[in-house]
Design a protein around this ligand. Structure first.
Ligand SMILES: Cc1cc2nc3c(=O)[nH]c(=O)nc-3n(C[C@H](O)[C@H](O)[C@H](O)COP(=O)(O)OP(=O)(O)OC[C@H]3O[C@@H](n4cnc5c(N)ncnc54)[C@H](O)[C@@H]3O)c2cc1C
Length: 327
């Protein structure tokens, strides 16, 4: 695809037009694209659902931006359950209910695909993606053969929002989960995934939220009990207005050595509600900067710097960005 708006592939709804853009649906298509980049001397950048990144206002001409949003499938066997990296993490919570697997509830309404979840070690409260996966499959982009490799979760150097995948040029293809579904429920689980795949181009947070809520309601109508963990998540995220405006969720990682969440420090600095251009520090959550009114990437970065400088001056450390600033 040429001249594709990156804004429509980001939950921030920010980003200029990409000269080159692709959405592969299979490993074969993915590898062909990578080989094409090498042959034509193009750089590339991978994204999942674009919910933890800030695309540039003026994307680089010589870069192929590759979205894994359509790289969605799973393979269920009696001994393993492989899930590809483009599959939304929130789908795990729903499929867990359907397949009788507990422990996936924390992924409900967590924006993003599994590949980035594995890369970022996405988390909610005390639960994280590294708790539920067993083996990760990836391609080492530095290896000329681009062959598929695998690594056990115990070797992935997981920590708070950290993994071995951030330390290496590795593209996550997907993972085997620790649990294996009830084989009798596979047809219904597959229907869940097929319905998601039919939702072409769903990129806004509101659309994501409505879709997952409707699927959860449909399960309830079938007599499936929705655990309180999941309704608590919906209440929390609604209370913090997570899906009201375009955003990337929390902009900064918390500094556990300091012991106070960045959002609370921003609150102490009276920065909530501060605006610059079309961007605003969320009045409801000090660690979120929202696209309030046609913000640019530069507007968001301006407020990020305001927070970094304010926290450094008042509390003596620079908060580390969690959002990925794409060149
Ligand atoms: C409203 C809101 C609430 C949020 N709440 C939370 C929360 O509670 N907890 C939390 O952890 N996060 C949260 N996030 C952030 C986000 O959901 C996660 O970081 C998620 O893992 C990002 O997934 P993505 O597919 O959108 O990744 P993207 O934003 O598309 O990409 C993020 C990074 O991952 C890399 N990447 C993507 N796919 C791959 C791959 N297959 N292999 C290697 N690298 C890859 C990209 O290159 C990029 O560097 C929230 C975001 C929003 C908008």
């Amino acid at each position: 695809m040429r001249n594709e708006s990156l804004a429509s592939h980001s939950s921030y709804q920010i980003g200029g037009k990409a000269n080159f853009f692709a959405m592969p649906e299979s490993i074969e298509e993915l590898l062909t694209l990578l080989q094409g980049c090498r042959a034509h001397g193009l750089d590339f950048f991978f994204c999942g659902m674009g919910s933890n990144l800030l695309f540039p206002d003026n994307p680089r001409e010589d870069t192929l931006y590759i979205s894994l949003k359509k790289f969605v499938y799973w393979d269920i066997q009696p001994t393993h359950w492989f899930i590809s990296s483009g599959t939304p993490m929130s789908m795990l919570a729903l499929s867990g209910l359907m397949f009788g697997i507990s422990g996936y509830e924390f992924t409900y309404l967590l924006p993003g695909g599994l590949g980035a979840g594995i890369y970022m070690n996405a988390k909610y409260n005390h639960h994280q993606i590294s708790d539920i996966i067993q083996t990760v499959y990836y391609v080492d982009l530095a290896d000329p053969s681009l062959s598929m490799q695998s690594i056990d979760v115990s070797d992935c150097k997981y920590g708070y929002k950290q993994s071995i995948f951030q330390m290496n040029p590795w593209l996550v293809l997907g993972a085997d989960m620790k649990a294996v579904p009830d084989l009798e429920r596979i047809p219904e689980g597959n229907e869940l995934l097929t319905r998601w795949k039919e939702k072409e181009g769903m990129s806004t947070l509101q659309a994501f939220y409505s879709y997952m809520g409707e699927e959860a309601s449909a399960l309830m109508k079938q007599g499936v009990a929705i655990p309180t963990d999941m309704s608590d998540i919906a209440n929390y995220r609604n209370g913090k207005r997570h899906f009201e405006y375009p955003s990337c969720g929390s902009v900064f990682k918390n500094n556990y050595d300091y012991g106070v969440p960045v959002g609370a420090l921003v609150d102490r600095l009276n920065l909530k509600g501060k605006e610059h251009g079309g961007a605003m520090i969320s009045p409801y959550h000090g660690n979120m900067i929202i696209n309030h009114n046609h913000a640019t990437a530069e507007d968001i970065k301006y407020l990020m710097n305001t927070i970094i400088e304010g926290v450094n001056t008042a509390f003596g450390f620079e908060p580390e960005p969690e959002v990925v600033l794409v060149k």
